[in-house]
Design a binder for this molecule. Structure first.
Ligand code: URA
Length: 239
């Protein structure tokens, strides 16, 4: 099979409903895909495939498999920690990488930081089941060290695929690592937070990581300010 048809088949399996020749369509960090039916630079080619987000996420998970693409698979990880929650969520949280509890349970944000994240979600009137939670890196780095650049490069495409399937209205990047990875910047979270960014058709709000809040509870006030913005953004647009 040619590379092109294999590529198209993969996107079909993910449930991607639009394919365009317009390079802006999939530009990382661009605010919006072109309007449906728009024909930039000539005839836009669109194919429509009916497939649920749950099925598309399952296809990504199956593609990851028992991953051996980077060195983390031989550095003590128990399992791949893919993501959890509503496949059609309006709100998505992105963290860094699984910790010890997540590695054992196979679910992101279930340890102490995760329990705080659950409270943060509930503070804006939602339940964990309403949102989707994933990490940039799907396997636990040994000793919870920071992920290496080659690990990020290998693993981040799966996060981008998850975002493109779920199509959340709002993404909350938890901590420096997630915010830097998504926004392609070296700025620390302290400089990034407080603003709303356009990202892959969503609004992105960077905020402090719950593990940082466990160490610096005085910053919870800042996170609350960020979450109030999230709530307004979620309510603001009902289409
Ligand atoms: N910290 C993260 O960034 N992700 C998790 O899943 C758990 C802790």
């Amino acid at each position: 099979m040619s590379d092109l048809s294999e590529h198209l088949r993969f996107y079909q399996e993910l449930g991607v409903t639009g394919v365009s020749r317009d390079a802006r369509w999939r530009t990382r960090g661009s605010s919006q895909p072109p309007a449906p039916g728009s024909q930039p630079g000539g005839a836009a080619q669109r194919i429509t495939i009916a497939r649920s987000s749950a099925d598309a996420l399952a296809a990504i998970r199956a593609d990851i498999g028992d991953c051996t693409r980077c060195k983390l698979h031989k550095q003590g990880r128990t399992q791949v920690v893919f993501g959890v929650g509503n496949p059609d969520a309006d709100l998505m949280f992105v963290g860094e990488a699984p910790g010890g509890d997540e590695d054992i349970q196979g679910i992101p944000f279930v340890g102490r930081a995760g329990q705080l994240l659950t409270k943060i979600i509930e503070a804006i009137g939602l339940k964990r089941d309403d949102v989707y939670i994933a990490n940039v890196i799907k396997c636990r780095p040994p000793g919870n060290r920071n992920p290496d650049p080659d690990e990020v490069e290998t693993c981040e495409p799966f996060l981008f695929q998850q975002i493109d399937v779920i199509k959340p209205k709002v993404i909350v990047a938890l901590g420096t690592f997630a915010a830097k990875t998504l926004l392609r910047t070296q700025d620390p979270i302290s400089r990034l937070r407080g603003r709303v960014y356009d990202y892959r058709g969503a609004k992105l709000i960077p905020t402090f990581h719950p593990a940082f809040l466990l160490r610096s509870p005085e910053r919870k006030r800042d996170v609350w300010e960020d979450m109030k913005k999230v709530r307004v953004l979620l309510q603001g647009d009902d289409d």
